[in-house]
Design a binder for this molecule. Structure first.
Ligand SMILES: [Zn+2]
Length: 93
């Protein structure tokens, strides 16, 4: 067996939150209003309707769910930039 992945997603129409698992073959997870669906397999992902992904997790060797979601923290990059700017102004002084 390969990696076990699960994805949490939400239907943007009815706002139901659903977890899809990669070990289910040819199974569509459909939300309660029927507008959105996700078919997740190990190397395959199909979405229908208005799906919003919340997070992706992987089952690691310790049988724990590990968050794979790449967090794009808005305040991280500007902070680094301002440190670099400060550093640059320091060395050019
Ligand atoms: Zn729905």
């Amino acid at each position: 067996m390969g990696e076990m992945i699960r994805k949490k997603w939400k239907c943007k129409v009815c706002e139901e939150e659903i977890v899809s698992y990669s070990n289910t073959r040819h199974q569509m997870d459909v939300c309660m209003c029927g507008a959105s669906a996700v078919d997740l397999e190990e190397h395959y992902l199909r979405t229908m309707g208005r799906v919003e992904f919340i997070c992706t997790e992987k089952l690691n060797e310790n049988n724990k769910w590990e968050d794979l979601t790449i967090k794009t923290e808005n305040d991280e990059k500007p902070k680094r930039d301002s440190i670099w700017r400060r550093f640059k102004s320091y060395i050019t002084r």
